[in-house]
Design a protein around this ligand. Structure first.
Ligand code: CMP
Length: 138
């Protein structure tokens, strides 16, 4: 449904104890947490999740970074969730992220950019199903 998006807190931000701060920004941004779990990806699982980026020069680095420690995965609900969540998190490059965005507050670089947010309703559904069972998504 187009009122949901998928997000995860990336390993560097979990390791630096920013989960609480990031969830606070997400809830205050008007999103309801539908499902949430802490888990760790293998490099192969990260590779599958980011398959669409397989030809990019940063793909290897991305898979390594996303599997180096636990992540916090979640499904979020709000009207216009995909677009509104991308606005809340800000630009991929923290140097370009607007004041008040999650990445402005917590990103360290283009790769270590604190959080992921789905880029379309279709990908939100695919990514949510990658991490959560049907029962967990109900
Ligand atoms: P995300 O929104 O999770 O989707 C793709 C990810 O690739 C992105 O966040 C970054 O973590 C990573 N990424 C995008 N561009 C670059 C880049 N130029 N260098 C390194 N990593 C990148």
């Amino acid at each position: 449904p187009n009122n949901r998006t998928y997000s995860m807190v990336k390993p560097h931000a979990v390791a630096d104890n920013h989960v609480g701060g990031i969830l606070k920004m997400i809830e205050e941004g008007g999103f309801r947490i539908v499902a949430l779990k802490k888990t760790q990806l293998t490099a192969a699982q990260a590779g599958k999740f980011y398959e669409v980026h397989a030809e990019r020069p940063f793909y290897g680095e991305l898979c390594q970074m996303m599997s180096e420690g636990p992540i916090v995965a979640m499904i979020l609900e709000k009207e216009n969730a995909v677009a509104d969540f991308r606005a809340l998190i800000g630009s991929t490059d923290p140097a370009e992220a607007a004041e008040g965005t999650v990445r402005k507050a917590y990103a360290k670089s283009k790769g270590e950019n604190a959080v992921h947010g789905s880029d379309s309703d279709e990908n939100a559904a695919i990514e949510s199903a990658f991490f959560f069972s049907g029962l967990e998504r109900y």
